[in-house]
Write a protein that binds this ligand. Structure first.
Ligand SMILES: Cc1cc2nc3c(=O)[nH]c(=O)nc-3n(C[C@H](O)[C@H](O)[C@H](O)COP(=O)(O)O)c2cc1C
Ligand SMILES: CC(C)CC(=O)C(=O)O
Length: 348
């Protein structure tokens, strides 16, 4: 196979290879998919204003987040069910993230147990994503599994008190994993628990989690600047500006559009990450210029995995790295730490 030249090319190959219902599960969003489309479209509406004659031979791409270094400001967002894309599943993704020297957020809904993901990818920098379960005792079990696997942070998803309504899955009748696959982290003795959502989730749960673990807590799914302030009051270690890739509240705003307000509310107190719609190196520059310390990618990783397994994910992350390097050079910026809001203009 000739390797695709960009993330969209990987999506086309993955689409050919995947079962159509599984492709739709990965690609789809909630409701009319307005937010899903808006995430990408919002990056397209922003212009980068380049400077010239400020060259450098070696652009600086690495970032350190919660004591964890990443060789590029692109992390792997937590996504469910990697074994639908490749038999090695999350093992392959974690090895690719280790090769790229970046952080992988392992989904609680992974099809390989987090401990096995860690064992398969020595040197991987893993964070664990958690949906707080109504049964707090089992939530604690999940936290202990993440700690035992050596995860460096707990990423608590806060935009899913209920599960988003996803029309594609409804139409395809896709509600369960095929036989032989399950959410391995949910094993409890002889049974596998279903993932439950917690409609009553509140700031109190975040307080309880901070008492339960010494791992840094990252809140994933913040869009409102006031929630960002409240998160700081609760001792949270980082935030992810996210609308869950348009899979939860449809018509929630595009993440890059609300990023400046959230970044202003946080005012550098903790790292701010963004995910949703990042497909190009130029998207990464825009998010960093507008106040993100790093971004995360969900579907691009799944497209790499579906197209060519571990190699595909390595290639997707390499492509993004090369695009970031080129965009920095073309913008006359030597380091990802030197990007600032004045470089981004609302255009078109
Ligand atoms: C197929 C799929 C599964 C996902 N599973 C999870 C999950 O288990 N937990 C979670 O917090 N977010 C999950 N997300 C949301 C991602 O972490 C992330 O917010 C989103 O994919 C970012 O948008 P992007 O796909 O445009 O990069 C999932 C997203 C996709 C596409
Ligand atoms: C199966 C879910 C827990 C994961 C998912 O699809 C999501 O969070 O978007």
């Amino acid at each position: 196979m000739r390797s695709p030249a960009d993330v969209r090319g990987f999506e086309a190959v993955a689409r050919e290879r995947l079962d159509p219902a599984h492709y739709d599960f990965f690609a789809g969003g909630a409701g009319d998919e307005i937010t899903l489309r808006a995430n990408e479209a919002a990056f397209g509406r922003l212009a980068l204003l380049p400077r010239v004659l400020r060259g450098t031979d070696k652009p600086e791409l690495d970032v350190t987040l919660l004591g964890c270094r990443a060789s590029l400001p692109v992390l792997v967002a937590p996504t469910a069910f990697h074994r639908l894309a490749d038999p090695e599943g999350e093992r392959a993704t974690a090895r690719a993230a280790a090769t790229a020297e970046t952080i992988m957020m392992v989904s609680m809904a992974s099809t390989v147990a987090v401990g096995d993901v860690a064992a398969a990818a020595p040197g991987a920098r893993l964070w664990f994503q958690l949906h707080v379960q109504p049964d707090m005792a089992f939530t604690e079990t999940l936290v202990r599994r993440a700690e035992a696997a050596g995860c460096g942070a707990l990423v608590v998803t806060v935009d899913a008190p209920v599960f988003g309504r996803r029309g594609r899955d409804e139409r395809n009748g896709f509600h369960d994993l095929p036989d032989g696959l399950c959410c391995e982290n949910m094993r409890d003795g002889d049974r596998v628990r279903p993932i439950e959502f917690s409609p009553a989730i509140s700031w109190e749960h975040i307080g309880r989690l901070t008492e339960l673990t010494s791992l840094p807590i990252v809140l994933k799914g913040i869009l409102h600047p006031r929630d960002a302030r409240t998160a700081l009051d609760h001792g949270v270690s980082a935030l992810i500006v996210s609308n869950h890739g348009g899979r939860q509240l449809d018509t929630a705003p595009a993440t890059v559009d609300v990023l400046p307000e959230v970044a202003a509310a946080v005012a550098g107190a903790v790292p701010v990450l963004l995910d949703g719609g990042v497909r190009r190196g130029t998207d990464v520059l825009k998010a960093l210029a507008l106040g993100a310390d790093a971004v995360a990618v969900g579907r691009p990783v799944l497209w790499g995995l579906g197209a060519d397994g571990e190699r595909g994910v390595v290639r997707v992350l390499d492509l993004l790295r090369a695009e970031i390097e080129d965009a920095l050079a073309l913008c006359g910026v030597a380091s990802v730490h030197d990007l600032e809001p004045g470089m981004v203009r609302r255009a078109w």
